[in-house]
Design a protein around this ligand. Structure first.
Ligand code: FA5
Length: 332
């Protein structure tokens, strides 16, 4: 009497042992263990058998299929390691070939300047807070005491997105945001991108970066402002730098000043270079945020990040920072 199960197992094992590649082995596996094929096809015969013979027949099929699976996986491992060894022999790498040189990136000069600013002011106890570049008119102008149509706004023609939303023209816009959620004392600094609708030239861009620094505490005076600016300037520009104030107007400070730093030129002469604006925070701004002006006062100063880098390195055109010309960027 023929034994279909053992016959199938015998031919399956033969196919397994004679398979010479993983692909041939996979074919044999499908042939004998695939759905509706080989042993699975044989299982359909169970239903045709007398009831009492069915369990034994089923069990025999399962045992045969298990035997085949064991052989298959052993042969699979054999073939794989053989194929790997063959690949290792045929695929050689010439390690003496020159490598493909990958260009190495570096930080943008404005990024390194920003990191320097952060390290310096952070070390002086200022906490960095970010404000949105798409700012509310309210924070950019209203709460900073700009009356509508005030001439001070002419210098800060803005890119409006809606009548009440604009690209911020100054990082000073953060002041109102901070004061609406914090109570003094606080020392805050922020640095980021600003935008103005400008006629672009070597010292003005439509897109540039500013730092703003402000603190509110008891008994803050112009002396604190000058002392803080002096420490900041010496850390950023060197040990002998001094700071000079001249009266200026910004609607959010009283008194307001612009400040310059002394710059020793190659021939030893001192030049004064203007850096930015500063002053004592206008009491009306503090009052608008329920800060008791009998007890608290504050200072604020702001400056351009590009200007800092230009002074330190002698770059004479700030448009270069946004040109993304590697010949410029690779110098830093
Ligand atoms: C202001 O923006 C005030 N918010 C500064 C301030 C802060 C005053 C706190 C008082 C208290 P001003 O418009 O001068 O001031 O700009 C400050 C600095 O930002 C400038 O000195 C300059 O370095 C830089 N800056 C302004 N506009 C541009 C521009 N279009 N392109 C490049 N840098 C600019």
């Amino acid at each position: 009497m023929t034994d279909p199960i053992n016959e199938m197992l015998a031919s399956a094992l033969k196919a397994v042992s004679s398979a010479r590649t993983s692909a041939e082995l996979a074919e044999a596996e499908t042939e004998y263990l695939g759905r509706n094929k080989g042993f699975n096809e044989l299982k359909r015969e169970i239903a045709k058998l007398p009831k009492e013979e069915r369990p034994a027949f089923g069990a025999q099929i399962n045992r045969a299929a298990e035997t085949l699976e064991r052989e298959l996986s052993a042969r699979k491992a054999d073939l794989k390691s053989g194929e790997l060894a063959a690949r290792v022999l045929t695929e050689t790498i010439d390690v003496t070939l020159p490598a493909i040189e990958l260009p190495l990136g570096r930080l943008h000069p404005l990024t390194t300047t920003t990191l320097d600013i952060k390290a310096t002011l952070g070390g002086m106890g200022f906490e960095f807070v970010d404000g949105p570049e798409l700012e509310d008119y309210k924070y950019n102008f209203d709460v900073l005491n700009y009356p509508e149509d005030h001439p001070a706004m002419d210098e800060q023609n803005s890119f409006f997105i809606t009548p009440s939303k604009l690209l911020r023209t100054q990082t000073t816009a953060l002041q109102g945001r901070v004061m609406s959620v914090r109570k003094p004392p606080f020392r805050i600094a922020t640095v980021g991108r600003c935008y103005r609708y400008e006629a672009v030239d070597a010292t003005h861009h439509h897109t540039f970066h500013q730092v703003d620094v402000f603190m509110v505490d008891e008994k803050i005076s112009m002396a604190d402002l000058k002392g803080t600016l002096g420490v900041f300037a010496r850390k950023m520009f060197g040990g002998e730098t001094t700071v000079r104030f001249r009266p200026d107007f910004f609607p959010f400070v009283e008194p307001g000043v612009d400040y310059s730093i002394s710059w020793k030129m190659a021939d030893g002469r001192i030049r004064w270079l203007e850096l930015g604006g500063a002053g004592l925070i206008h009491p009306s701004i503090l009052r608008a945020h329920d800060i008791d002006t009998e007890r608290y006062s504050g200072f604020a100063f702001g400056l351009g990040v590009e200007r800092i880098h230009m002074l330190r390195t002698g770059v004479n055109d700030l448009r270069l920072y946004l040109d993304n010309d590697l010949r410029f960027l690779e110098q830093f």
